[in-house]
Design a protein around this ligand. Sequence first.
Ligand SMILES: C[S@@+](CC[C@H](N)C(=O)[O-])C[C@H]1O[C@@H](n2cnc3c(N)ncnc32)[C@H](O)[C@@H]1O
Length: 263
Amino acid sequence: MSAPSTPLDDWNARQYLKFEDERTRPPRDLLAQVPQRQPRVVVDLGCGPGNSTELLVERHPDATVIGLDSSKDMLREARHRLPRYRFIEADLASWIPQEPVDLLFANAVFQWIPDHQMAMKRLIEALPPGGVLAAQMPDNTREPSHVRMQEVASRRSWANNPGLSDAARMDLPRPESYYDLFKPLCRRVEIWHTIYNHVMAGPEAIVEWFKGSALRPFLSALDAPAADDFLEEYTAEIARHYPARSDGQTLLRFPRLFVVATR
Ligand SMILES: C[S@@+](CC[C@H](N)C(=O)[O-])C[C@H]1O[C@@H](n2cnc3c(N)ncnc32)[C@H](O)[C@@H]1O
């Protein structure tokens, strides 16, 4: 039986998991800073294919762990990976917990939510005293990987494609703005950046990485031949900006913002 196909505008679990080790390192680092020892109910917001949910299950085997995502393909993969756990389809832009939750864990999802700071604030307000919202977001919109995406989108006839004009993610707000918004509601707000330097096989591997995330809105706005041309030009830009190191591999510099807010 062939695998069910994924709509172009949905996330693709298989593409996302090509770099599972690298993508799962930030949620490990985030979880290491969560102060709670024994949360009873944990929700993995934007659980994706269940890689971050699996970390939560391992760390808190006695807790009720629930995964939440808006993508059918991601949820299918997550349910397959962790069949004993509950996964719900919901839009984080409007979702609010229906039961008390001690830990809301959100690795690499809030950057996709419009006005995500207000969404985070709303979720913090729903936490009981001592409850935690722990979030990580890529803070890489000024990296060549993203600047070149926008530059390639501004070339050729596809520059007039309305789908491309809002395909790029906005810059994240500054750390101070999260602090000022959340601190009046919280006992403690920890914010930090980590810059990863992922070792990649070469420019094509970097392009494959972003096909699983930031390139999706660009590629889904184009028809197949235009998407191929776009990828060819983008790959050439990536090769120029991420040259081979001494062993022939390439380093993908990747800054990420972490926020741990304790109610
Ligand atoms: C980059 S993946 C993160 C997956 C996983 N948490 C991890 O740590 O690797 C982002 C996930 O957020 C989900 N997502 C994006 N927008 C969403 C929304 N509005 N509501 C719920 N989930 C959303 C996507 O479907 C995708 O599975």
